[in-house]
Design a protein around this ligand. Structure first.
Ligand code: NAD
Length: 423
């Protein structure tokens, strides 16, 4: 079994590499094998046997519970730690029991601080917006902090009462409108948490020739948490990426000192020098702008809750959750789990109609992460070519003017055929 390692900050990927995979519950059993066949075909086509993936199954979710009595066995976590990079299908959220969500548990245990969601449109896919070709964004959503940290107390419990007492008696808080019937949540946002997320986003923009990075926040209202995120982000950009970026703080400073013309001149010069423009946008305005002027945004760095909303809206703009890929990554340790972003879709499980594209595109992201970009590109091209011909699973084909609804396995075979026919 050949393992990926991380040496001096760089991933070392053997030509024959073992990738652990979690099949996933519900439709997982249908999308995972189709996805693996597509990836195997692309790798074989491009590298002609020189490179290969050996898939190693690890258990999580319902399948793990049935076989071991545990939802997330320690063996699974150990294997992911050992092999660094893995891929997973959707997992059922256990009802009752100690685990709130298996996905959250995986992210927390491996400290996967970036939730990475690239959003682009594929020709042929029907979109609810007029010019979906203008949408090409990569979202870096902070994965470990914010109101999502799970620090909350239910209304009426002794804990909520104790917390209320602390707020009113020790912190002199008087602004709680209905204190006796309030539940409470805590929103931690730190300098370290912000910096590692923003650093990853700017590095990505530099490595992938992206024109700008936007911090999306609600700092006008939540001044110390979301406002802190914005300020710490700008600080980091100017401190660590000085020669490679031009920030809107610099722009404002020039404007105040020397006037708007000089500021515009500096901005134009930075663009001509291919510097990354670092800007920020209030979250509600940003959601509006994604519909009106999506071409102005490239890489997005944002906190957990905003990131959740933004990811789904952008996914819907280019064709929905059936084709939205994602990954959870720790760029420091190298740990990465690529995943289908949709759920287990119990209403269509076992019918051979589920769209495997989300997991397939997540494997494209995985191939890019491994540095096997050529194999990823050939898969993307095959998907686009199939969509352009109106050949897709039912969820997409039903909206295509000349659409043909293919079964999951038929769609997989179509993509493999297109890969093999690529010149
Ligand atoms: P869901 O994403 O499973 O389904 C929502 C709707 O979208 C359904 O109508 C479904 O048929 C459709 N759909 C989803 N993926 C599709 C695909 N690839 N192709 C075609 N149609 C697709 O969300 P849900 O019903 O709210 O959740 C079901 C279960 O999945 C719950 O247990 C939930 O906790 C879990 N879940 C897991 C993940 C994950 O593991 N990443 C994410 C979301 C939900």
């Amino acid at each position: 079994m050949s393992k990926i390692t991380k040496v001096n900050g760089k991933l070392i990927v053997p030509d024959i590499v073992t990738i652990p995979f979690i099949e996933g519950d519900g439709v997982g059993a249908e999308i995972t094998p189709v996805c693996q066949e597509i990836v195997n075909a692309a790798v074989a086509k491009v590298y002609k046997g020189k490179r290969r993936i050996e898939w190693k199954e690890i258990l999580a979710g319902g399948k793990a519970f049935d076989q071991t009595g545990e939802w997330l066995p320690e063996d699974t976590l150990q294997t992911l730690r050992e092999y660094l990079v893995g891929i997973k299908g959707p997992l059922t959220t256990p009802i009752g029991g100690g685990i709130r969500s298996l996905n959250v548990a995986l992210r927390q245990t491996l400290d996967l601080f970036v939730c990475l969601r690239p959003v682009r449109w594929f020709k042929g896919v029907v979109s609810p917006i007029k010019e979906p070709q203008k949408v090409d964004m990569v979202i870096f959503r902070e994965n470990t902090e914010d109101i999502y940290a799970g620090i909350e107390w239910k209304q009426g419990t002794p804990e909520a009462e104790k917390f209320l007492k602390f707020l009113t008696e020790k912190m002199n808080v008087t602004k709680i409108r209905f204190p006796k019937t309030s539940s409470f949540g805590v929103k931690p946002v730190s300098i370290e948490g912000t910096e590692r997320l923003v650093r990853a986003a700017i590095k990505y923009a530099i490595d992938n020739n992206r024109p700008n990075v936007t911090f999306v926040h609600k700092g006008n209202i939540m001044k110390f948490t979301e406002g802190g995120f914005k300020l710490w982000g700008y600080d980091l950009a100017e401190r660590e990426f000085k020669d490679k970026v031009f920030t809107m703080l610099q722009y404002e400073k020039i404007k105040n000192e020397s006037g708007a013309d000089k500021a515009k001149e500096a901005l134009d010069k930075a663009k001509a020098e291919h510097k990354i423009i670092i800007k920020d946008c209030i979250c509600d305005a940003f959601l509006q702008n994604t519909l009106l002027i999506p071409e102005e945004y490239s890489v997005i760095a944002t906190m957990n809750l905003n990131g959740d909303y933004i990811s789904d809206q952008l996914a819907a703009m280019v064709g929905g959750i059936g084709i939205a890929p994602g990954a959870n990554i720790n760029y420091d340790s190298g740990y990465a789990i690529f995943e289908a972003t949709h759920g287990t879709a119990p209403n269509i499980a076992g019918k051979n109609i589920v769209n495997p594209s989300s997991l397939v595109l997540s494997s494209v992201m995985m191939l890019e992460y491994l540095g096997w970009n050529e194999a990823g590109e050939i898969i993307e091209k095959a998907l686009e070519s199939s969509f352009q011909k109106g050949m897709a699973t039912e969820d997409l084909a039903r909206f295509m003017p000349q659409g043909t609804s293919l079964k999951t396995t038929e769609f997989g075979n179509t993509i493999i055929k297109l890969i093999n026919e690529t010149k």
